[in-house]
Write a protein that binds this ligand. Structure first.
Ligand code: GLU
Length: 385
């Protein structure tokens, strides 16, 4: 039976659970400028054409677009430096031009676009995160293409995500996307630098981003391309844990978006973890930065990772960092391997006093009772498959 537009919308748009056929497409500066100093209009035209084609075959498309700083730079007659405030000024100048270009190119197909500028602070607080999610939901429901970028002009070091690879993973979580496509200047992750090593082979599939995979990425922008494979793997790891597949592919290839989705273009696919996370846990993955670490004994690691338990004071052997009640902390084993994140019901000083104690002794030690568990299961997200 032929699907109508509204059938497709229903299939794609199913509230809190994963939105099948919703893709987040991240376009790096090198893709949008074709490696030059200005936005490259033919490249943008081609991307727009492909996004429209995807829409016509039932996909919802969300864009994360870099290029504001590059666009700003190209508008000023004199060269501008690279200090933070100069780049913020360039982003303020260029963001307008960037969105104007997208608007006029999508306008050729009568497709409206919406600008969404975020910083980490906008996803850190659960209420702000949910507000951004509601706005995005409305935008998608009305068949508008949202175009995200970091709100560089006002983002200080403390509140910024810092790079659009990581931002795109947060956007993919916000959108409950099925897939995240990172378009860059390489076909994916290689076994060695393909520009200097003719034997370098493309890694087509990754199921776990371990240290050996990370070591292939090198530092941002130095090893395998200006796109920075290291931040792409960080993004893929966040997406993977949230149940979203990531595809890294070369943005300059003709028809790349359509081809990667049909499995017909060279790319690196980072598979998603199977266990789906509920919304609050996805937010824990995407939102707050952890401010401390709780070190757990073997029994607690086992209970948390294999038995779905909450973290009790008894299983804590150490506490690092300064944090308040309700802050996000990392959980590690005694070798320092971080295996989970969660919201602590106690601050670091209280935990120092109650670590190793049975739950019934907490009140006696502190003189008050806050909670019988240190991190409740509902406030905890595992970082392993
Ligand atoms: N937000 C920056 C810009 O629009 C790009 C950051 C990045 O590409 O990681 O220029």
């Amino acid at each position: 039976m032929q699907k109508t537009g509204s059938d497709i919308t229903k299939e794609v748009f199913i509230g809190g659970v994963m939105n099948k056929k919703l893709v987040v497409v991240k376009l790096g500066t090198s893709v949008l400028t074709a490696g030059k100093l200005h936005l490259n209009k033919p490249r943008m035209v081609d991307i727009v054409r492909q996004c429209v084609e995807l829409r016509e075959s039932g996909y919802k498309v969300v864009i994360v677009s870099s290029g504001a700083v590059a666009a700003g730079r190209s508008q000023l007659p004199t060269p501008i430096g690279n200090s933070v405030s100069e780049k913020q000024m360039l982003a303020a100048i260029g963001q307008g031009q960037l969105i104007h270009q997208w608007q006029s190119l999508f306008g050729l197909y009568d497709v409206p676009v919406a600008q969404m500028l975020l910083t980490r602070a906008d996803v850190e607080h659960r209420e702000r995160y949910l507000t951004a999610k509601d706005t995005l939901t409305q935008i998608l429901k009305h068949d508008v293409i949202p175009i995200f970028n970091e709100n560089d002009a006002v983002a200080t070091a403390e509140i910024k995500v810092g790079d659009n690879d990581n931002l795109s993973a947060l956007v993919a979580i916000l959108a409950n996307a099925e897939k995240l496509i990172l378009l860059t200047d390489q076909a994916g992750l290689f076994t060695a630098d393909p520009r200097s090593n003719p034997d370098a082979e493309l890694i087509t599939q990754i199921s776990e981003i371990d240290d050996s995979v990370k070591s292939l990425a090198g530092d941002s922008g130095t090893s395998l391309g200006t796109g920075g494979m290291a931040t792409k793997l960080q993004a893929a790891q966040i997406a993977q844990r949230a149940g979203i597949e990531t595809i890294i592919a070369k943005g300059s290839e003709a028809n790349i978006l359509v081809d990667v989705l049909n499995g017909e273009a060279p790319s690196t696919r980072v598979l998603k973890f199977d266990a789906p996370l509920e919304g609050r846990k996805k937010w824990l993955l995407s939102g707050p930065k952890s401010t401390g670490t709780i070190i757990c004994d073997l029994g607690a690691v086992e209970a948390l990772t294999c038995q779905g338990a909450s973290l009790l004071a008894k299983g804590i052997v150490g506490v690092n960092g300064v944090f308040a009640r309700g802050d996000l902390v990392s959980l590690s084993d005694s070798q320092g391997n971080v295996f989970a994140k969660g919201l602590s019901a106690f601050d670091n000083q209280e935990l120092e006093q109650i670590k190793g104690l049975h739950s019934q002794d907490i009140a006696k030690q502190l003189g008050y009772v806050l909670s019988n568990v240190v991190i409740h299961r509902d406030d905890l997200v595992l970082l392993t498959s």
